[in-house]
Design a protein around this ligand. Structure first.
Ligand code: ADP
Ligand code: MG
Length: 278
């Protein structure tokens, strides 16, 4: 990851700014550091989680720091300049074995970011997409997410066939899908195929997806393998936000996931710069 090393001070004795925020070994210590909402913290406890697993230990502080920064940036330019904390504005690739708790590691920062966003903004469209290769997995992730989001006002929808993603406030009441109510959610959890299906007509959808700021690929090695790749990219390429943050989660180093991820990001960046320059 490219991390800017801010040489902070002229005084030679100054400590270098740490590149990574300190890891978190238990969920309680997240509260004072990142001001997690009480509801989110309670849900973590109520579900029996107290100490973090290794991947959570590493990923939570990275993502929470990143997202705290993103939100501060949106809130005020002044605040951004004042911010002294080391900040990693990262897309994350996380590789950790099956059963190591990756779901929580991406879900907690996501819910936290959206809770904060809710306090400062009024928009209603979905802001995050989590893709998973199978319906079963997508539904498990949505369930886990809902338990964590209980009483936070963050809505999590498991996208299924027949749903459509027209915007909440869509002015085109004449749309043929008008009999199907649009999905109202902050976080969409889906297989690539179900999401593509729900996207339907691109005009209304690009509006509905214009506020997506987070894309999480769970089992990213599978989602980027030849079987799923085109569908995954179709979803990814429909997201227009220039500040889209990406999370790749995988249980395996197999299929050269790191190369794959880099190549895919580069592809997309080139495509975006082509479309904006023409
Ligand atoms: P992965 O996606 O890495 O395969 P999961 O996110 O599905 O793993 O988690 C596997 C199991 O571990 C789940 O039942 C989950 O509830 C449990 N788990 C996750 N984090 C913790 C934790 N910090 N403490 C105890 N159990 C946990
Ligand atoms: Mg998993």
């Amino acid at each position: 990851k490219a991390v800017k090393d801010k040489k902070s001070s002229q005084s030679g004795s100054a400590q270098a700014t740490p590149l990574y925020p300190a890891p978190v070994s238990d969920f309680n210590s997240l509260a004072p550091r990142y001001r997690l909402s009480k509801a989110l913290l309670r849900n973590i406890k109520d579900n029996g989680y107290s100490t973090t697993t290794e991947v959570q230990l590493a990923a939570l502080s990275l993502l929470l720091d990143t997202r705290a920064h993103l939100l501060a940036q949106e809130q005020s330019q002044d605040q951004k300049q004042q911010q002294q904390e080391p900040v990693l504005d990262v897309d994350l690739l996380s590789i950790a074995p099956t059963g190591s708790g990756k779901t929580l590691a991406f879900m907690i920062p996501l819910i936290h970011a959206l809770v904060l966003a809710r306090r400062s903004q009024t928009h209603s469209g979905p802001q995050a997409i989590i893709l998973a290769p199978t319906k079963e997995l997508a539904s498990q992730i949505a369930n886990e997410g809902r338990k964590l989001a209980l009483n936070t006002a963050i809505r999590i929808t498991n996208v299924r066939k027949g749903m459509h993603l027209g915007s909440d406030s869509s002015p085109d009441a004449d749309a043929p899908e008008k009999d199907v109510p649009p999905v109202k959610a902050d976080i969409l959890v889906s297989t690539p195929a179900a999401l593509k299906n729900a996207m339907g007509d691109t005009n209304t959808t690009s509006h509905a997806l214009s506020q997506i700021r987070f894309l999480v690929l769970d089992e990213a090695d599978v989602l980027l393998d030849p079987l799923f790749r085109d569908q995954t990219l179709a979803v990814w390429n429909a997201l227009s936000s220039p500040s889209l943050r990406l999370g790749f989660w995988s249980a395996t180093m197999g299929s050269n996931i790191e190369e794959l991820v880099k190549a895919t990001i580069k592809d997309r960046a080139e495509r975006l710069s082509e479309t904006t320059s023409t």
